[in-house]
Ligand binder design. Structure first.
Ligand SMILES: Nc1nc2c(c(=O)[nH]1)N[C@H]1C(S)=C(S)[C@@H](COP(=O)(O)O)O[C@H]1N2
Ligand SMILES: [Mo]
Length: 298
């Protein structure tokens, strides 16, 4: 018998919004029809002028919540961002604030029963504040032939100065296998620190794959495509010798230009040993059984 020990990221069922409430087919059909109601709630017009989902935050926190380190303070996390569309380092937050995230249309296409568009409004109660990627997959009803999910970021050169450069293959693209997308740890993020995510974190919708390197988690997604072909991701196109498709965290496999054995806490500057699969091996190692020939860790 398999005894399950709750992990830090889990919250008790009783604290989570039941899945059928926030992502029922009916609610999503309503969103597809242009409603800005999030989680099936009708929101007052006044609130919609700022952020119609704001009332859904903060999500209930797990009283048993433990992590192997303290949370990074918000001021640190929200000023150290990687978002090449908006330039480097310290100006990212200010530059990204120019992106208009409402209304926001997300296209679901490729190998699905019925291609569709959903207009924003994704929110629910989970620690990262987001929803399982599996819920998105279930909603999209992919065909049996779909093997990968491809995520594409917005393309708007007028708003994102970085996208004017010729060097990078815009828009940002990332992808996962269907099995990864359906893994319990794969998340779609709408919020952070108990509120809707500020733009620099990838609002209004970004991916979070806690067992992979950060670049796998595409921000500001406008298109989700179910496909038979393995997506060629942004960094793979830029520098295929350094960044691969799988990008699972492994301290034993160095990046060609630096060690990946330890990591620096951005707030305290302290270094700690990096764990394989970021410590989530129990949940994700099985995804890669029998794939030893693949470059799983770059
Ligand atoms: N669209 C887009 N998504 C992106 C990036 C980017 O430049 N553009 N950077 C990636 C990289 S390299 C990292 S490390 C993470 C950083 O996420 P954070 O700023 O929320 O920490 O976002 C990833 N997603
Ligand atoms: Mo990154």
């Amino acid at each position: 018998m398999h005894i399950r020990t709750p992990r830090g990221w889990e919250i008790p069922e009783s604290h989570a919004t039941p899945e059928h409430i926030f992502l029922s087919r009916r609610n999503l059909m309503a969103l597809g029809a242009g409603s800005i109601a999030a989680a099936g709630l009708a929101l007052p017009a006044a609130a919609a002028e700022t952020d119609p989902s704001a009332g859904l935050y903060p999500a209930a926190r797990n009283p048993r919540y433990t992590l192997d380190r303290p949370l990074t303070p918000e001021p640190s996390a929200s000023t150290v961002n990687n978002y090449y569309e908006f330039g480097g380092n310290y100006d990212v937050a200010r530059a990204a604030s120019k992106l208009k995230t409402r209304p926001w249309t997300i296209t679901i296409d490729g190998l699905v029963e019925q291609p569709r568009q959903c207009v924003e409004g994704w929110s629910m109660a989970l620690p990262w504040t987001g929803f399982p990627m599996k819920a998105l997959v279930d909603y999209a009803r992919p065909l049996g032939s779909a093997k990968y999910v491809r995520f594409e970021t917005f393309l708007d050169r007028a708003v994102a100065p970085g996208q004017n450069g010729r060097f990078y293959p815009w828009p940002y693209v990332e992808g996962v296998t269907m099995a990864e997308a359906n893994n319990e740890l794969a998340f779609m993020v709408t919020g952070i620190y108990g509120k809707p995510a500020p733009n620099q974190f990838g609002a209004p919708l970004r991916v979070a794959l806690p067992w992979k390197y950060g670049f796998k988690s595409a921000k500001a997604i406008v298109k989700v495509t179910f496909t038979e072909q393995r997506p060629k991701s942004f960094w793979e196109v830029v520098q295929g010798g350094e960044y691969g498709f799988w990008a699972n965290v492994n301290p034993a496999v160095a990046h060609p230009r630096w060690s990946q054995a330890t990591e620096k806490d951005i707030a305290t500057g302290e270094r700690r040993p990096t764990l394989i699969y970021n410590g989530y091996g129990e949940y994700v190692a099985g995804l890669y059984a029998g794939m030893e020939k693949e470059k799983l860790f770059m």
